[in-house]
Design a protein around this ligand. Sequence first.
Ligand code: SAM
Length: 261
Amino acid sequence: MIKAKKSLGQNFLIDKNIIEKIINSAAIKDKIILEIGPGTGNLTEYILKKNPKKILVIEKDSNLTVDLKNKFNKKITIINEDVLKINETSLFKEKVTVFGNLPYNISTEILSKWIINLKDNFWFDCLVLMFQKEVAERIIAEFNTSNYGRLSIISNWKLNIKKICDIKPESFYPKPKVDSSLLCFYPKKNFVKINDANNLEKVTRIFFNQRRKMLKKPFNQLFNGNQKILNKLRIDLNLRPQNLSLDTYYKLTCEYENLRS
Ligand code: SAM
């Protein structure tokens, strides 16, 4: 069995049921597929069986890239690179489906690259990504729950998110220390128009800076107690940051931008 590199987060999927769940969570036939971190090609092999139009994989480990070339020959296109350094929007002329059993140590950077900084000309139809379970729970958390926060608000702005399943450590070799969850992200047709994603980051950062405190302080810091905004968005300053809906945060960010325009 291959020696896994911890530094590259190499935990290879060995559970065929889970591999099937992953590939059945998005359309593959006749689609262009981008796979991030194919590793030994466990998932790649199953994707190929579903007749995609093309598969392009990005793998950072040069040794694995050589093995992948030997295993798949010309059936896939291999890029031996760090996915964080690639401009994926320039790779394709049509929308792609992305599969990624990502190393956990780059999952937040991937989120920032693909989700927080996502431009409106969506380059994918669907992202099928694996996360550490705790991170996935924060991404999909609903308001009024303790997991709800900046990650949920920012991730759900332009994307609909669906959880497919949880995955136990036993499904991988070597076994990771944590449970995982598989999420699918789909571009939304309609979303609140915020001009600059940095403003959504700023508004949520200030509100969730002290998540147990009431809304009064962060609201005053950003909006100087503006009563009109409070009435318009029906915000009760005695509530806490987790009690405001996703939509309220998007609209608050628009109001923040309006005040500065
Ligand atoms: N997809 C395979 C599977 O499910 O068995 C392997 C998954 S393993 C969790 C993560 C893979 O991502 C490894 O093959 C690793 O070498 C690769 N990888 C790690 N960091 C990467 C990066 N920055 N860019 C591209 N690939 C990376």
